[in-house]
Design a protein around this ligand. Structure first.
Ligand code: SIN
Ligand code: FE
Length: 314
Protein backbone atom coordinates (compact mmCIF):
# COMPACT_ATOMS: atom_id res chain seq x y z
CA UNK A 1 0.00 0.00 0.00
CA UNK A 2 1.38 3.37 -0.92
CA UNK A 3 0.65 6.98 -1.41
CA UNK A 4 0.56 7.73 -5.13
CA UNK A 5 0.94 11.35 -6.21
CA UNK A 6 -1.17 12.33 -9.23
CA UNK A 7 1.23 13.43 -11.97
CA UNK A 8 -1.17 16.04 -13.36
CA UNK A 9 -0.34 19.06 -11.18
CA UNK A 10 -2.97 20.91 -9.12
CA UNK A 11 -2.54 23.93 -11.43
CA UNK A 12 -3.06 21.78 -14.52
CA UNK A 13 -6.19 20.27 -12.96
CA UNK A 14 -7.45 23.78 -12.23
CA UNK A 15 -7.05 24.74 -15.84
CA UNK A 16 -8.95 21.69 -17.05
CA UNK A 17 -6.00 19.47 -18.01
CA UNK A 18 -6.72 15.89 -17.03
CA UNK A 19 -4.84 12.57 -16.95
CA UNK A 20 -4.95 10.48 -20.14
CA UNK A 21 -7.43 7.59 -20.33
CA UNK A 22 -4.60 5.16 -19.67
CA UNK A 23 -3.32 7.09 -16.63
CA UNK A 24 -6.89 7.36 -15.29
CA UNK A 25 -7.32 3.61 -15.53
CA UNK A 26 -4.06 3.10 -13.65
CA UNK A 27 -5.25 5.49 -10.92
CA UNK A 28 -8.50 3.51 -10.55
CA UNK A 29 -6.49 0.27 -10.35
CA UNK A 30 -4.16 1.74 -7.73
CA UNK A 31 -7.10 2.92 -5.61
CA UNK A 32 -8.72 -0.50 -5.93
CA UNK A 33 -5.47 -2.12 -4.78
CA UNK A 34 -5.56 0.01 -1.61
CA UNK A 35 -3.31 2.94 -2.49
CA UNK A 36 -4.05 6.52 -1.48
CA UNK A 37 -4.15 8.93 -4.44
CA UNK A 38 -2.64 12.21 -3.38
CA UNK A 39 -2.94 15.71 -4.89
CA UNK A 40 -0.11 17.83 -3.46
CA UNK A 41 -2.07 21.10 -3.65
CA UNK A 42 -5.52 22.48 -4.37
CA UNK A 43 -7.03 21.44 -7.73
CA UNK A 44 -9.75 24.09 -7.25
CA UNK A 45 -10.02 27.29 -5.31
CA UNK A 46 -11.87 27.71 -2.06
CA UNK A 47 -12.37 31.50 -1.88
CA UNK A 48 -10.47 33.04 1.09
CA UNK A 49 -13.71 34.44 2.54
CA UNK A 50 -15.24 30.93 2.53
CA UNK A 51 -12.14 29.50 4.23
CA UNK A 52 -12.30 32.22 6.90
CA UNK A 53 -15.93 31.38 7.46
CA UNK A 54 -15.18 27.65 7.84
CA UNK A 55 -12.16 28.15 10.10
CA UNK A 56 -14.17 30.56 12.26
CA UNK A 57 -16.98 28.10 12.93
CA UNK A 58 -15.39 26.34 15.85
CA UNK A 59 -13.92 29.34 17.64
CA UNK A 60 -17.08 31.43 17.56
CA UNK A 61 -19.85 28.90 18.11
CA UNK A 62 -18.45 26.08 20.22
CA UNK A 63 -21.80 24.37 19.78
CA UNK A 64 -20.66 21.85 17.21
CA UNK A 65 -20.54 18.40 18.64
CA UNK A 66 -20.06 16.29 15.55
CA UNK A 67 -19.14 16.63 11.90
CA UNK A 68 -21.31 18.87 9.82
CA UNK A 69 -22.90 16.87 6.99
CA UNK A 70 -24.00 18.09 3.60
CA UNK A 71 -26.55 15.75 2.07
CA UNK A 72 -25.71 16.43 -1.54
CA UNK A 73 -28.76 14.69 -3.02
CA UNK A 74 -31.12 16.69 -0.84
CA UNK A 75 -28.98 19.86 -0.92
CA UNK A 76 -29.22 20.40 2.84
CA UNK A 77 -26.97 20.62 5.89
CA UNK A 78 -27.31 18.64 9.12
CA UNK A 79 -25.39 18.84 12.40
CA UNK A 80 -24.96 22.60 12.39
CA UNK A 81 -26.27 24.97 15.03
CA UNK A 82 -26.63 28.49 13.67
CA UNK A 83 -25.12 31.28 15.81
CA UNK A 84 -25.86 34.16 13.53
CA UNK A 85 -28.82 34.37 11.14
CA UNK A 86 -27.63 33.58 7.64
CA UNK A 87 -24.78 31.29 8.72
CA UNK A 88 -26.63 28.11 7.74
CA UNK A 89 -27.35 29.44 4.25
CA UNK A 90 -23.72 30.50 3.86
CA UNK A 91 -22.47 27.11 4.99
CA UNK A 92 -24.86 25.38 2.62
CA UNK A 93 -23.47 27.39 -0.29
CA UNK A 94 -19.85 26.62 0.71
CA UNK A 95 -20.51 22.89 1.09
CA UNK A 96 -22.43 22.78 -2.17
CA UNK A 97 -19.47 24.44 -3.95
CA UNK A 98 -16.99 22.05 -2.32
CA UNK A 99 -19.09 19.03 -3.29
CA UNK A 100 -19.28 20.19 -6.91
CA UNK A 101 -15.56 20.96 -7.10
CA UNK A 102 -14.60 17.62 -5.55
CA UNK A 103 -16.85 15.83 -8.04
CA UNK A 104 -15.39 17.74 -10.98
CA UNK A 105 -11.88 16.81 -9.82
CA UNK A 106 -12.79 13.18 -9.31
CA UNK A 107 -14.46 13.01 -12.72
CA UNK A 108 -11.28 14.34 -14.33
CA UNK A 109 -8.89 12.00 -12.50
CA UNK A 110 -10.99 8.84 -12.39
CA UNK A 111 -12.72 9.04 -15.76
CA UNK A 112 -13.50 5.27 -15.97
CA UNK A 113 -15.85 5.71 -12.98
CA UNK A 114 -17.70 8.70 -14.34
CA UNK A 115 -21.50 8.59 -13.98
CA UNK A 116 -21.10 5.31 -12.14
CA UNK A 117 -21.26 6.60 -8.61
CA UNK A 118 -23.89 7.95 -6.28
CA UNK A 119 -23.07 11.15 -4.52
CA UNK A 120 -23.23 10.40 -0.80
CA UNK A 121 -22.75 12.88 2.07
CA UNK A 122 -20.02 15.49 2.24
CA UNK A 123 -18.74 16.59 5.63
CA UNK A 124 -16.91 19.38 7.37
CA UNK A 125 -14.72 18.19 10.25
CA UNK A 126 -13.78 21.24 12.34
CA UNK A 127 -12.90 19.48 15.61
CA UNK A 128 -9.45 18.33 16.70
CA UNK A 129 -9.34 14.55 16.20
CA UNK A 130 -6.68 13.86 18.83
CA UNK A 131 -8.29 12.74 22.12
CA UNK A 132 -11.76 13.29 20.73
CA UNK A 133 -14.38 12.11 23.17
CA UNK A 134 -16.38 9.56 21.14
CA UNK A 135 -17.87 6.14 21.90
CA UNK A 136 -15.65 3.21 20.86
CA UNK A 137 -17.50 2.39 17.64
CA UNK A 138 -17.48 6.05 16.59
CA UNK A 139 -13.80 6.63 17.34
CA UNK A 140 -11.78 7.41 14.23
CA UNK A 141 -8.38 7.14 15.90
CA UNK A 142 -8.75 3.34 15.95
CA UNK A 143 -7.92 1.51 12.73
CA UNK A 144 -11.01 0.33 10.85
CA UNK A 145 -12.58 -0.19 7.47
CA UNK A 146 -15.67 1.93 6.81
CA UNK A 147 -19.27 0.76 6.81
CA UNK A 148 -22.28 3.01 7.32
CA UNK A 149 -24.98 1.77 9.72
CA UNK A 150 -27.72 3.71 7.93
CA UNK A 151 -26.45 3.52 4.33
CA UNK A 152 -25.74 -0.08 3.24
CA UNK A 153 -24.02 -0.35 -0.16
CA UNK A 154 -24.96 -3.89 -1.28
CA UNK A 155 -21.38 -4.45 -2.42
CA UNK A 156 -20.79 -1.02 -3.97
CA UNK A 157 -17.67 0.81 -2.88
CA UNK A 158 -17.02 3.67 -0.43
CA UNK A 159 -14.67 6.15 -2.06
CA UNK A 160 -13.77 9.33 -0.14
CA UNK A 161 -12.21 12.57 -1.29
CA UNK A 162 -10.56 14.57 1.53
CA UNK A 163 -9.18 18.11 1.70
CA UNK A 164 -7.12 19.46 4.58
CA UNK A 165 -8.06 23.14 4.88
CA UNK A 166 -6.11 23.67 8.11
CA UNK A 167 -3.84 26.65 7.35
CA UNK A 168 -0.85 25.35 9.33
CA UNK A 169 -1.26 21.77 10.62
CA UNK A 170 -1.16 18.47 8.73
CA UNK A 171 -3.91 15.89 9.09
CA UNK A 172 -2.21 12.77 10.43
CA UNK A 173 -3.36 9.32 9.37
CA UNK A 174 -2.31 5.81 10.18
CA UNK A 175 -3.07 2.94 7.77
CA UNK A 176 -2.54 -0.81 7.78
CA UNK A 177 -2.74 -3.70 5.32
CA UNK A 178 -5.78 -3.70 2.96
CA UNK A 179 -8.97 -5.70 3.16
CA UNK A 180 -7.77 -8.96 1.57
CA UNK A 181 -5.12 -9.36 4.22
CA UNK A 182 -7.39 -8.21 7.09
CA UNK A 183 -10.15 -10.59 5.95
CA UNK A 184 -7.64 -13.44 5.58
CA UNK A 185 -6.59 -12.88 9.17
CA UNK A 186 -9.88 -12.12 10.89
CA UNK A 187 -12.89 -13.13 8.77
CA UNK A 188 -14.25 -16.51 9.82
CA UNK A 189 -14.87 -18.14 13.18
CA UNK A 190 -11.21 -18.79 13.95
CA UNK A 191 -10.28 -15.21 13.04
CA UNK A 192 -12.89 -13.83 15.40
CA UNK A 193 -15.35 -12.23 12.98
CA UNK A 194 -17.71 -14.90 11.53
CA UNK A 195 -18.31 -14.80 7.79
CA UNK A 196 -21.70 -13.72 6.45
CA UNK A 197 -24.40 -16.32 5.84
CA UNK A 198 -24.82 -16.75 2.08
CA UNK A 199 -28.56 -16.37 1.62
CA UNK A 200 -28.23 -13.34 -0.62
CA UNK A 201 -29.06 -15.05 -3.87
CA UNK A 202 -32.13 -17.04 -2.80
CA UNK A 203 -35.47 -16.05 -4.28
CA UNK A 204 -36.81 -15.31 -0.79
CA UNK A 205 -33.92 -12.96 0.06
CA UNK A 206 -34.34 -11.18 -3.27
CA UNK A 207 -38.04 -10.57 -2.71
CA UNK A 208 -37.51 -9.45 0.89
CA UNK A 209 -34.75 -7.07 -0.21
CA UNK A 210 -36.81 -5.53 -3.04
CA UNK A 211 -39.78 -5.09 -0.71
CA UNK A 212 -37.63 -3.34 1.88
CA UNK A 213 -36.16 -1.13 -0.84
CA UNK A 214 -39.63 -0.16 -2.05
CA UNK A 215 -40.72 0.67 1.51
CA UNK A 216 -37.56 2.73 2.05
CA UNK A 217 -38.12 4.75 -1.12
CA UNK A 218 -41.73 5.35 0.00
CA UNK A 219 -40.31 7.03 3.11
CA UNK A 220 -40.82 4.14 5.56
CA UNK A 221 -37.77 4.14 7.86
CA UNK A 222 -36.44 0.74 6.93
CA UNK A 223 -32.94 -0.08 5.70
CA UNK A 224 -32.49 -3.01 3.36
CA UNK A 225 -29.20 -4.71 4.24
CA UNK A 226 -27.47 -7.49 2.37
CA UNK A 227 -25.35 -10.17 4.11
CA UNK A 228 -22.35 -8.22 2.76
CA UNK A 229 -23.45 -5.07 4.60
CA UNK A 230 -24.05 -6.95 7.82
CA UNK A 231 -20.56 -8.37 7.67
CA UNK A 232 -18.89 -5.04 6.84
CA UNK A 233 -20.62 -3.37 9.81
CA UNK A 234 -19.59 -6.21 12.14
CA UNK A 235 -16.05 -6.11 10.78
CA UNK A 236 -15.78 -2.35 11.39
CA UNK A 237 -16.85 -2.87 15.01
CA UNK A 238 -14.68 -5.98 15.44
CA UNK A 239 -11.52 -4.14 14.37
CA UNK A 240 -12.19 -1.21 16.71
CA UNK A 241 -12.94 -3.56 19.62
CA UNK A 242 -9.80 -5.65 19.03
CA UNK A 243 -7.11 -4.06 21.18
CA UNK A 244 -4.48 -6.65 20.23
CA UNK A 245 -4.99 -5.86 16.55
CA UNK A 246 -4.86 -2.12 17.26
CA UNK A 247 -1.58 -2.56 19.11
CA UNK A 248 0.16 -5.12 16.90
CA UNK A 249 -0.99 -4.53 13.31
CA UNK A 250 1.55 -3.18 10.81
CA UNK A 251 1.27 0.58 10.70
CA UNK A 252 2.13 3.23 8.18
CA UNK A 253 1.94 6.91 9.06
CA UNK A 254 0.80 9.50 6.54
CA UNK A 255 0.73 13.26 7.01
CA UNK A 256 -1.43 15.31 4.68
CA UNK A 257 -0.15 18.91 4.71
CA UNK A 258 -2.37 22.02 4.63
CA UNK A 259 -4.15 22.59 1.31
CA UNK A 260 -3.77 19.10 -0.10
CA UNK A 261 -6.33 16.49 -1.16
CA UNK A 262 -6.40 12.71 -1.14
CA UNK A 263 -8.70 9.90 -2.26
CA UNK A 264 -9.06 6.43 -0.81
CA UNK A 265 -11.40 3.43 -0.74
CA UNK A 266 -12.06 3.48 2.99
CA UNK A 267 -14.07 0.23 2.85
CA UNK A 268 -10.84 -1.63 2.06
CA UNK A 269 -7.96 0.41 3.47
CA UNK A 270 -7.63 0.01 7.24
CA UNK A 271 -7.29 3.62 8.39
CA UNK A 272 -7.42 5.95 11.39
CA UNK A 273 -7.00 9.69 11.87
CA UNK A 274 -4.60 10.54 14.70
CA UNK A 275 -4.73 14.31 14.74
CA UNK A 276 -5.81 17.31 12.75
CA UNK A 277 -8.83 19.57 12.50
CA UNK A 278 -10.60 21.41 9.68
CA UNK A 279 -11.03 18.90 6.89
CA UNK A 280 -13.61 18.73 4.15
CA UNK A 281 -14.67 15.41 2.67
CA UNK A 282 -17.01 14.11 -0.01
CA UNK A 283 -18.10 10.45 -0.16
CA UNK A 284 -18.99 8.57 -3.36
CA UNK A 285 -20.64 5.17 -3.53
CA UNK A 286 -19.04 3.72 -6.65
CA UNK A 287 -20.86 0.90 -8.46
CA UNK A 288 -19.19 -2.47 -8.03
CA UNK A 289 -19.72 -2.92 -11.78
CA UNK A 290 -17.37 0.02 -12.44
CA UNK A 291 -14.30 -1.58 -10.83
CA UNK A 292 -11.33 -2.05 -13.15
CA UNK A 293 -10.07 -4.85 -10.87
CA UNK A 294 -13.34 -6.40 -9.57
CA UNK A 295 -11.55 -9.31 -7.92
CA UNK A 296 -9.97 -6.95 -5.37
CA UNK A 297 -13.32 -5.57 -4.14
CA UNK A 298 -14.20 -6.59 -0.57
CA UNK A 299 -17.46 -8.14 -1.79
CA UNK A 300 -15.63 -10.43 -4.21
CA UNK A 301 -13.03 -11.38 -1.58
CA UNK A 302 -15.77 -12.34 0.88
CA UNK A 303 -17.86 -14.15 -1.73
CA UNK A 304 -14.82 -16.21 -2.63
CA UNK A 305 -14.27 -17.08 1.03
CA UNK A 306 -17.94 -18.02 1.55
CA UNK A 307 -18.36 -19.66 -1.86
CA UNK A 308 -21.67 -17.90 -2.59
CA UNK A 309 -23.22 -14.53 -3.41
CA UNK A 310 -23.55 -12.00 -0.59
CA UNK A 311 -25.43 -9.17 -2.28
CA UNK A 312 -28.90 -8.99 -3.67
CA UNK A 313 -29.56 -8.03 -7.25
CA UNK A 314 -32.50 -5.68 -7.51
C1 SIN B 1 -12.24 8.23 9.01
O1 SIN B 1 -12.81 8.06 7.91
O2 SIN B 1 -12.14 7.30 9.77
C2 SIN B 1 -11.73 9.60 9.41
C3 SIN B 1 -10.86 10.21 8.42
C4 SIN B 1 -10.63 11.68 8.69
O3 SIN B 1 -11.51 12.35 9.23
O4 SIN B 1 -9.56 12.17 8.33
FE1 FE C 1 -13.26 5.79 8.55
Amino acid sequence: MARVTISTTPDQLRSGIQPSAEEARTYCAQLEAGDILYIPGMPFEIPPADLDFLLGRRQSGGRLHKNIAYRANEDRITGFAEDTPGDAARLLQIMRDYSRNATKTLSAILSPYQQRWNLDFASYRPLEEENRDLTLHKRNDLIHTDAFPSRPTNGDRILRFFTNINPSEPRKWMTTTPFNSLAGQFAGKSGGCPLPTPHGSSAFAKTAFSMKKALASAGIPITPRSPYDDFMMRFHNFLKENSTFQKDCPKQYDDFPPNTCWMVYTDMVGHAVLSGRYALEQTYIVSKEAMVMPEKAPVRILEKMVGAGLVVSS
